[in-house]
Design a protein around this ligand. Structure first.
Ligand code: HEM
Length: 131
C-alpha cells in the first residue's frame, strides 16, 4: 500500500501527463483538426476518469493521504478541491457536447473547463506537499 506522500506524487505525475494530452488537443484545434482534438480528448477523458476513481479507491482502501498534512497543506488542499471537483463534474458534459458537436455549449463550457483545469493543475502540482 503506497503512503500518503507517495500517492500525492503519483497523482502529480498522472495529472501532468493528462495535461499534456489536453494541451495537445488544443494544439490540434488550433491546427484546424477538430476530429483529432476529439480523439485525443477521448483518451484524456478515459485516463482522467481512471485516475480519479483509482485515487478514490486508494482512499477507500484506507490510506489516509492527509493524516500528516500541516494546517497550511490542508488549506492548500481545500483550495485545490475548489478547482478539481467542478472540473471533474464538467468533464462528462465536455465529452457529451463535443461528441454531439454542440458547439454553442461546448465552446463556452470549454473556456470554463480550461480555467478550472489550470487552477486544478497549479494548486495540485505546485502547492500540495508530497514529502
Ligand atoms: C478545453 C477547452 C476546449 C475547447 C476550447 C474545445 C473546443 C472544441 C471545438 C471548437 C470543437 C469543434 C466543434 C465542431 O466541429 O463543431 C470541439 C470538438 C470536440 N471536442 Fe472539444 N474543446 C475543449 C475541450 C474538450 C474536452 C475536455 C473534451 C473531452 C473530454 C472535448 C471533446 C471534444 C470532442 C469529442 C469533439 C468532437 C470531435 C469530432 O468532431 O470528432 N473537448 N471541441
Amino acid at each position: 500500500m503506497p503512503s500518503g506522500p507517495q500517492i500525492i506524487l503519483i497523482l502529480k505525475v498522472l495529472v501532468s501527463a493528462v495535461t499534456v494530452l489536453l494541451a495537445a488537443s488544443l494544439v490540434a484545434l488550433a491546427m484546424k483538426r477538430p476530429r483529432l482534438h476529439g480523439r485525443i480528448n477521448l483518451a484524456f477523458f478515459a485516463l482522467t476518469i481512471t485516475t480519479v476513481f483509482g485515487f478514490e479507491l486508494l482512499l477507500r482502501l484506507g490510506t489516509d493521504v492527509t493524516s500528516q498534512f500541516s494546517e497550511a497543506a490542508r488549506d492548500a488542499l481545500r483550495v485545490h478541491l475548489y478547482f478539481a471537483v467542478p472540473s471533474a463534474l464538467l468533464l462528462p458534459a465536455m465529452l457529451m457536447t463535443g461528441l454531439k458537436r454542440r458547439r454553442a455549449i461546448h465552446l463556452p463550457l470549454g473556456l470554463l473547463f480550461a480555467a478550472l483545469w489550470i487552477g486544478t493543475f497549479v494548486t495540485g502540482v505546485f502547492f500540495l506537499p508530497h514529502e
